[in-house]
Design a protein around this ligand. Structure first.
Ligand code: KG4
Ligand code: ZN
Length: 369
């Protein structure tokens, strides 16, 4: 009657990740190898190159995860293998899935194919002190996705709203690039840098950007959906205009590389305010609809993905949730960005429900929730 121990593998995008997780909610090991350096050189992710990088990094990551977890006899101590089946980049998924299937066959253990987005949604049930019970609502906000998701059970997730263009993290990244904000040594990429600059805003340089899709002319289809591309472009045009109108002021603003007050901080805050207001607005609408139209009362709101690290966003989401008597749960950053612990955990939830896959399982690059 000992807890199950599951080996998880995630290779859907550009992070090679392996984890060992137990059914009593312990992450015994999590090893994640980022490919950022390779992709900097090519200016983006080339799927075949990413797949080769996965195939090189994966064996070492598997060995390291098993050793970190203190697993001596893999066959006795690993009860199942869980691996991301999709959605994601086909060649990348193939590397992880093939490794997972072969391991399951060698060990003669059950194989569980996992939906990457379901894994994101179920993460708080692994990480939070009071694991959320179904139904709950999640905002998954990263560089790749911006989703408002209602989770009512295993394989029972409904997308209530999503971005119609850029992901919110992508918009943070592009605006940070427009403002030439150097990344912080503390990590978090361009989005974290933008938050730091925005914190130094004084408002002396008066600028605001319109909140996307706010007016009453919204088509019903976009009432719960989001858009960040227009906002990103407004910032870009504003900076371009300023550079032409007052090159000296822009040059002066560019004199520092440390987060500090001034034009760049004021623009960063104006962008962040509009983006955060947009997300908070949509959470408000989605909660109102879920409760009064669907007659479903969520147990809590989960905020996950890299953008959920943003303190201004968390505070605003907290205010909205509080109106409905709900808390906002935020999993720790290393478990709410792409990682294999969430894959292993979802494997455990599926095993509990008796859901096992055959060894000939194929990958599904485009896989709706
Ligand atoms: O979930 P994540 O680590 O990975 C992928 O998208 O693959 O999300 C990364 C995104 C990036 O766009 C990054 O700029 C953004 O999350 N991000 C932030 C903050 N920290 C990271 N955005 C806003 N505020 C932050 N503090
Ligand atoms: Zn993801």
């Amino acid at each position: 009657d000992r807890p199950w121990t599951v080996l998880g593998i995630e290779t859907s995008c550009d992070d090679t990740s392996v984890a060992v997780v137990t059914s009593d909610r312990r992450v015994r090991a999590l090893v994640t190898r980022h490919q950022t350096k390779q992709h900097e050189a090519t200016g983006g992710i080339v799927p075949t190159a990413a797949a080769i990088a996965h195939s090189m990094a994966l064996p070492g990551a598997i060995r390291e995860a098993l050793e970190t977890a203190g697993i001596r006899n893999t066959c006795d101590e690993i009860d199942a293998v869980a691996v991301t089946r999709g959605p994601g980049l086909a060649p990348c998924l193939g590397v992880g899935l093939t490794a997972g299937k072969n391991l399951a066959a060698v060990l003669n253990k059950p194989l569980v194919g996992v939906h990457h987005m379901e894994a994101h949604a179920l993460t708080p049930r692994l990480t939070q002190e009071a694991p959320p019970e179904f139904p709950f609502l999640s905002l998954l906000a990263s560089g790749g996705h911006t989703l408002l998701l209602l989770s009512e059970g295993l394989s029972r997730h409904t997308i209530l709203g999503t971005t119609l263009d850029d992901a919110v993290g992508e918009a943070f990244d592009k605006v940070a690039r427009t403002l030439v904000l150097p990344w912080l040594p503390t990590g978090g990429g361009a989005g974290a840098a933008l938050e730091q600059w925005a914190a130094h805003a004084t408002g002396e340089y008066a600028v605001t950007f319109p909140v996307p899709m706010r007016d009453g002319r919204d088509k019903p289809a976009s009432r719960l959906n989001m858009s960040f591309s227009g906002l990103k472009t407004s910032v870009f045009r504003h900076v371009q205009g300023l550079q032409e109108r007052d090159p000296a002021a822009w040059a002066a603003a560019m004199a520092t590389s440390e987060p500090s007050s001034g034009i760049r901080a004021d623009i960063a805050r104006a962008f962040q305010d509009a983006a955060v207001t947009h997300l908070a607005d949509r959470l408000d609408r989605v909660l109102a609809d879920t409760i009064s139209v669907r007659k479903i009362h969520p147990t809590c709101v989960v905020a996950a993905g890299g953008v959920a690290a943003n303190q201004v966003l968390r505070a605003r989401l907290g205010d909205v949730a509080e109106k409905y008597g709900l808390r906002v749960e935020v999993p720790p950053p290393r478990l709410c960005t792409d990682n294999a612990a969430m894959i292993a955990w979802t494997g455990i939830e599926r095993l509990r429900a008796g859901l096992v896959d055959p060894w000939e399982l194929d990958y599904v690059p485009r896989w709706p929730l």
